[in-house]
Design a protein around this ligand. Sequence first.
Ligand code: ADP
Ligand code: ZN
Length: 630
Amino acid sequence: MDLDFAGGAPPPDAGYAPAPPRARASQYATAAEALRTVYGYDAFRGDQAAIVNQVIDGGDAIVLMPTGGGKSVTYQVPALVRPGTGLIVSPLIALMHDQVDALRANGVQAAYLNSTQSASERSAVERAYVAGELDLIYVAPERLSSPATRALLQRGSLSVIAIDEAHCVAQWGHDFRPDYLALGDLAEVFPGVPRMALTATATRATHQEITERLSLGDARHFVSSFDRPNIQYRIDAKAEPRRQLVDFIRSQPEGSAGIVYALSRKAVEQTAEALAKQGIDALPYHAGLPAEVRQRNQSRFLREDGVVMVATIAFGMGIDKPDVRFVAHIDLPKSVEGYYQETGRAGRDGEPSVVWMAYGLGDVVQQRRLIDQGDGDRAHKMRQQRHLDAMLALCETVQCRRQNLLGYFGEQSAPCGNCDTCLTPPETWDGLVAAQKLLSTIVRLKRERNQAFGAGHLIDILRGASTDRIRQYRHDELSTYGLGADLSDADWRSVVRQLLARGILVATGEYGTLALGDPAAAVLRGDAPVPLRRDVLGRTGGGSGRAKKASAAADLPDDARELFEELRVWRAGVAREQGVPAYIVFGDATLRALAEHRPSSAAELDGISGIGAKKKDAYGEAVLEVIARG
Ligand code: ADP
Ligand code: ZN
């Protein structure tokens, strides 16, 4: 104990002997005290209090909570209240850095162990851990599977083990990380330490895999609603994707940060370049770029206002930026889980945000082909196929997007009033005859000539086009030639896309030639209705989010908004000086509260959410000055 030194002279061999292991002392008597003093929040939200109590009492917990729901607090507070150091397993280095920066800004003793550190930095952290000086230590899963790291951790004392992004343990999931499988035996290695698994991925299958593979059979389960009411969902038919994307971005409030997801590296680079030419501050990000370019672009995205990141899905997991105002997809995601997670990166701070996707026939054909030609056994392909089918059903639904999305995660809900189909209900039309024309053309070509073609040529036949290919194959002699001239090329592509989405058509082979799926027979007989969604093009600019004001403050009275902008300028200066993202200094919600309530004394700052003891010390005076001037 510290009393050993109270008498004056240190022990004779001080500085040579290894520090004796000791548990980090408990920093706060109660969870509420930690929440108020460290974070400056007056109350827990939703399930937070129940989760924190379960873990403080020594129990295990599985936490399913959407992005922005407030998961971090649920493991950080138990780590501060229980004696010992909290071990956080986190898959991404960027995430660790952000979290540790944010914790330190709140006066918490947090550190990480990862490959970006020099040997001496690492051993300083290790020494601090063994000496019981750390509240929290963040470690990557691959490091945790090494015997040396485990031996180190056993030399100190753990208060809680939290496995973040726990869905990475799900073998068929979109973020599978083999190192997560090795986390199953932590219960044996660290007996008596409560364990938590946390994720924003909500499917039943993933939930079950987490429970089993992480040996959390005795854990209490905390499943929050997965609704993100501040996110508006929009999905448009793809016509001219580039122009649609530019229109969408321009329709967003000025200075909005956003992410644009594309499937390939090439698409990422071309799109970023095209946006930059349009005067949009866009940067590319994919795994093929040199590390320093990736690093630079990511840090600009995190630190500056209004940068648009064009990226493959390699970007985003572990990006904690709370004020991403929009997410756009210009290619179809492979699953609803992936889509939900990628779009979930918008609006973590709870402020209004929009997610938009452009989706077309080519996407369906391409995704089906990728599955066909991909690796893996039949069962694996069937699983991928089911994922894609659910994604397509979301794209083609004539009902509320959010209802469909939440329904996929097993949650019932009413129409939301904040998605494109709620805001502008789509028209439907009877597509039976059109479908029959198309299907019978395919049947005839197969039966009479043993031929198969892709969508483009089939549409040419139906529209009675006169192309070289039509003449070469004498397809103008077919009985369905010209029978579909009443529909435009775009209409036909929409028909093909929707029939593919429902499995009435299937695309096969390298060229995406079309064949009949199982439900086609009933359609040809006229036994199955074919209601189709009428595509509406060029809607991206519409909707309710047009205000050209910094959105976090758009609804404040004029003088409060001016003060908000002044505080933002002050915050940008501090962030630059300290080399941290602006939100580490204060989040938008805190600036908003300051602008609204105009505290005029240190005591009044206590009432503002997001200002804990450390930040009050560090910035209180400066903030009061900005307010007094404003
Ligand atoms: P998640 O990890 O679940 O995505 P975070 O832990 O990043 O969510 O929290 C999301 C946002 O909500 C953060 O800005 C955080 O500061 C804020 N927050 C979390 N808990 C509370 C609370 N009890 N009161 C006020 N704000 C909170
Ligand atoms: Zn809706």
